[in-house]
Design a protein around this ligand. Structure first.
Ligand code: SF4
Length: 468
């Protein structure tokens, strides 16, 4: 169960008769990446149509709405706000008019120089509809004078710094763009001959498209009347793919940065067991769903029983009833229910993918112990999260991160009321992901080594359910 809010998901398809419906399904598979708003823009060769609303994909779109989104190309977006507040004005795709007609853009990531760019654009007379950094990207593309759209995007890429995986739609072209560091994933597939791009390959699986490759860091992929072209106007100074995508954010059935996520997570669990075993464990249980593959790996490596000691409810929306004082740990109880027969009189190892604030973990330890566990040990399949992310993941400030606040594992275990706490090492994580070294990956939230300087800091948004 996550301690960090998701980021965003993007989708695009060009040259397919069912573009809007396929866009809807493609976004459905990316719902885990953002639940605040959803939007689809389509084009029919003449103009770009757009529909977006606050809410889940299935609530925002219905058959009548999809009928209005005519055309053979579509881009879509699901959002959780990491920069800019949670309002419809900040929902995506964003659309405007430029010299070439209508243009729409959807963005996953965060710019590290967004305030500087926004001030520069405002000083030049630009007007903004939203507080989102994604609108800055749209304005940079739309306002720059260059003979082709590709040239405009290339010029934008020389100014924007930080993380961006983009889909862009005009009347007759769809573009997919990834920042030169490659922070966020973006994959290319094919459906009935039509190119499809998506944040994760799970989206391709749902619509029956075949996976072809990643959009490369620094690449501009264009599908239009003249066919498909690809260019890399900016070479990568340093690859910085987000390792947290593989630890937590992406779905386990996705291929991210060329690797099957479920396989990696199971291996994180095995490596964690090598580094942080609990020799007297009776049972290994995951914090579902995101801790499950690592818990399976952990149990396999130690040859210990794996069991579902916590059951997750999949029907929890936001609750506005908070009888905090009368029903202890109300929020966590809505999401997780303990299975007493798995826990009673056992030495229990609880495996989760990460601990951020620690509030949820403390409630889980309490829940497991209250059902009769003799000992409760927390094992975490990532290193201690000690630094905030500025590249599109909404993490709290350092003073709220339990591993930054408290110095030692004993102190963390004490605050969680666990018998012990153990994390995967940074070296162990890199060994699993890349065979060692960590080349090509960002690990700044664990190490504080930021691959792109953070020029304009912002206060990450905290949603109403973000009390962990
Ligand atoms: S700081 Fe962490 S969450 Fe952010 S991009 Fe880097 S690895 Fe990913």
């Amino acid at each position: 169960m996550k301690d960090i809010h998701d980021e965003c998901g993007v989708f695009g398809i060009h040259g397919h008769p069912d573009a809007a419906t396929i866009g809807y399904l493609g976004l459905h598979a990316l719902q885990h990446r953002g639940q605040e708003s959803a939007g689809i823009a389509t084009s029919d060769g003449q103009d770009v149509r757009l529909y977006k609303q606050m809410g889940l994909v299935a609530d925002v779109f219905n058959a009548d709405v999809l009928k209005t989104l005519t055309g053979t190309s579509a881009i879509g977006h699901v959002r959780y706000s990491t920069a800019g507040s949670s309002t419809l004005l900040n929902a995506q795709p964003m659309k405007c008019m430029y010299a070439g007609g209508s243009i729409a853009l959807a963005h996953n990531g965060n710019l590290t120089n967004f305030a500087t760019l926004r001030h520069q654009l405002l000083a030049r007379g630009h007007l903004f509809q939203s507080s989102s950094d994604s609108e800055i990207l749209l304005q940079l593309v739309a306002a720059h004078y260059a003979p082709t759209l590709s040239d405009r995007v290339a010029a934008m890429m020389t100014q924007a710094r930080g993380a961006y995986s983009l889909v862009i739609l005009t009347a007759d072209q769809m573009l997919a763009v990834r920042d030169p560091h490659g922070f966020r994933p973006l994959v290319l597939g094919r459906l009935d001959g039509a190119p499809v791009v998506a944040s994760e390959s799970t989206s391709l699986n749902l619509i029956g498209a075949t996976y072809e490759r990643e959009i490369e860091p620094g690449e501009i992929f264009i599908a239009g009347p003249g066919g498909e072209t690809s260019s890399r106007p900016i070479t990568s100074p340093r690859l910085a793919r987000c390792v947290f995508e593989q630890i937590y954010f992406s779905r386990p059935d996705s291929i991210v940065f060329g690797k099957q996520v479920n396989t990696l997570r199971t291996e994180f669990g095995r490596q964690l067991a090598r580094e942080q075993p609990v020799p007297n464990a009776d049972v290994i249980i995951p914090v579902p769903d995101s801790g499950t593959p690592a818990a399976i790996g952990y149990a396999e490596q130690l040859n210990k029983p794996f069991a579902m000691g916590l059951i997750r409810s999949h029907y929890v929306g936001r609750t506005f009833i908070e009888p905090e004082q009368r029903i202890r740990h109300f929020g966590v109880k809505l999401k997780l229910a303990p299975v007493p027969e798995v826990l009673k009189d056992r030495v229990v190892v609880v495996v989760d993918d990460s601990i951020v604030r620690g509030t949820t973990s403390q409630k889980i330890v309490d829940m497991v112990r209250s059902r009769g566990a003799r000992e409760v040990h927390m094992r975490i399949s990532s290193p201690p999260t000690r630094w905030p992310c500025f590249y599109g993941i909404d993490t709290p400030s350092r003073k709220e991160l339990i591993a930054a606040r408290l110095g030692s594992l004993d102190e963390i275990a004490g605050e969680l009321t666990a018998d012990s706490v153990g994390y995967l090492s940074v070296e162990g994580m890199h060994r699993v992901v890349s065979g060692g070294g960590g080349d090509g990956y960002c690990d700044a939230c664990f190490t504080g080594s930021y691959p792109v300087p953070v020029e304009d800091q912002y206060s990450p948004h905290s949603g109403p359910d973000d009390n962990r």
